[in-house]
Design a protein around this ligand. Sequence first.
Ligand SMILES: Cc1ncc(COP(=O)(O)O)c(C=O)c1O
Length: 400
Amino acid sequence: MSQQSNLQREPLLDSLRRELEGLDRDDLLWRIRTLQSPSAPHARVDGKNVLVLCSNNYLGLANHPKLKQAAITATRKYGAGSGSVRVIAGTMDIHLKLEKILAEYRRAEASITFQSGYATNAGTILALVDERDLIISDELNHGSIIDGCRMTKAERRVYKHKDISDLEKQLQNTDRFRRILIITDGVFSMDGDIAPLKDIVDLAMKYQAITYVDDAHGDGVLGENGRGITNHFHLEGKVDVDMGTFSKAFGCVGGYVVGSKDLCTYLQNKVRSYLLSGSQPPGVPGACIAAIQLLKKNPSLVKKLWDNTRYFKKALKELGFDTGQSETPITPVMVGESGKAHKLADEMFRLGVFVLPIVFPMVGKDKARIRTIVTSAHTKKDLDQAADAFQKAGKKLSLI
Ligand SMILES: Cc1ncc(COP(=O)(O)O)c(C=O)c1O
């Protein structure tokens, strides 16, 4: 017969409250702001008109008339929902049209789309490796990659950020593994630096490893007409799993993999987030198609993004801020302690600029920062206004 112990377990809500109080004390609690208008450089946030410098809407497409119209047209034609998961009755011709157009745009044989970038990473990594395999992952990879890796039974090794010689060290003593998966962010989401993908691909070839790049922040940003990191490094067709998202530069939502036809067919049959979760509402592939068509026709969108990026980075550096190692439109303003990052973000908001404090666990405990992201929709006047606010707030908080 089982025995009842005298143990008193802490009631759930008491323990959750205690944890939340701890997070609050350490300045690690999310204070979520609310947009009351579209995602655009000038938006209404928490009842105040502000300049937005923290969205991932790199090309200003989230509120673009062509995307809105495409979403409305697809919704009128197909309805609000898809009715099912992709493999049962949730594949509509508009999902297939997006996959065809995406593969052509990315010059790949095929593509497969998912509900989000998170669902793509979590599901795809799990589908590719098991206890017979090894994953080697950059230490600063995105949380969705980390979660995907944790779900598998594969052995895991982590290499120092972008350190090719450490990666090669991790590739030693690997004869017993069936597969070795080297996985990296393309553009690192908190720092804005770019993975040395060419060197990674070369090493992978030497050790017969598989390469997987998460190009969430390179999509629409790097390469010709925003074709991403593989185009940027002339590696199209050389990376086994080329993953991206529609939630950033494409202005919509959803994730994808482009690659060989066999890989995509395999993923259709094996990725649990594809098999077990409802497919995208038809308005989403409708808007994503419009985004790709716009990108193909308008190189000026990406060019303006880079002009703005260079202009704003220079302004921040001239003011004396530490902007880390960024090479892309993600520009961190390093402050160190999480409390300081919150104070700087609050002061910026008071001055009319919406920026985001990034604190532990998204970055190391002493590496809190403000992450700024300029977009092609910002004007030089907007960027001057933002730099001016950074100067005032930075001086007030003795950061410069
Ligand atoms: C590097 C990286 N990968 C994946 C994701 C997840 O993408 P999604 O927002 O489409 O789920 C993000 C988004 O935060 C990201 O920054």
